[in-house]
Design a protein around this ligand. Structure first.
Ligand code: 2AM
Length: 191
């Protein structure tokens, strides 16, 4: 199975993001129900690795916190966009959670390439050449901002490719703690 670990977004927020998803030629927009913030891409694993990964993720302790989506950016170049995404306000608690999640594959004997965490919510992907309309879209929405939301858990998702696109299924949810004796961390905005 193909797995990744992510923070799911509230319905209302996904609807706000979905309202941005139009007017760009060649875009493969992410289905609104699939919009998420990836903490760690795992890739293809077997059943035993998935079980070990689940155990390692379940052992993670961290506080609840609040996150705000802000800004809009892209991967690739303006003439050859790979994706357009919404960014996240800097959050130390998120960084610490991601660092813990990124350790979990090691405990499950899953090889990982180490890449810097660049938190984002992908809105759409592109294969063909991109142009002025895309550049205009990016600058028009550069100051996008949404109300903060509470992150109360993180999720192990499986991903299947179907004819209608990717189908994500929440395989397990891992709660973060509300009143974390011993896990309250400075610098975050815990809720
Ligand atoms: P993306 O949003 O930046 O494209 C499910 O596919 C999630 O895993 C997506 O959020 C995607 O990130 C991420 N993902 C898919 N393939 C990946 C890869 N090879 N390396 C890192 N992340 C990947």
């Amino acid at each position: 199975m193909r797995l990744f670990v992510a923070i799911a977004l509230p319905e209302e927020l996904r609807q706000r993001l979905a309202a941005l998803q139009h007017g760009l030629p060649g875009a493969r927009w992410v289905a609104p129900e699939n919009l998420h913030l990836t903490l760690c891409f795992i890739g293809e694993v077997d059943r035993r690795q998935a079980q070990d990964l689940d155990a390692a993720l379940a052992a993670i302790r961290g506080p609840r916190f609040s996150l705000s989506l802000a800004g809009l950016g892209y991967f690739g170049t303006e003439t050859k966009l790979r994706s357009i995404w919404v960014g996240i306000d800097p959050c130390e608690t998120l960084k610490r959670l991601q660092a813990k999640v990124a350790q979990a594959p090691r405990h499950a004997d899953i090889a990982q390439s180490s890449s810097k965490f660049r938190p984002h919510v992908t809105l759409g992907r592109f294969k063909a050449k991109t142009g002025e309309r895309h550049a205009d879209f990016i600058s028009r929405h550069a100051l996008f901002r949404a109300a903060p939301f509470a992150v109360e858990d993180f999720v192990l998702f499986s991903s299947f490719l179907s004819q209608g696109g990717a189908i994500y299924r929440a395989e397990a949810r891992y709660p973060l703690v509300r009143d974390p004796a011993g896990v309250t961390e400075p610098g975050g905005s815990e809720v």
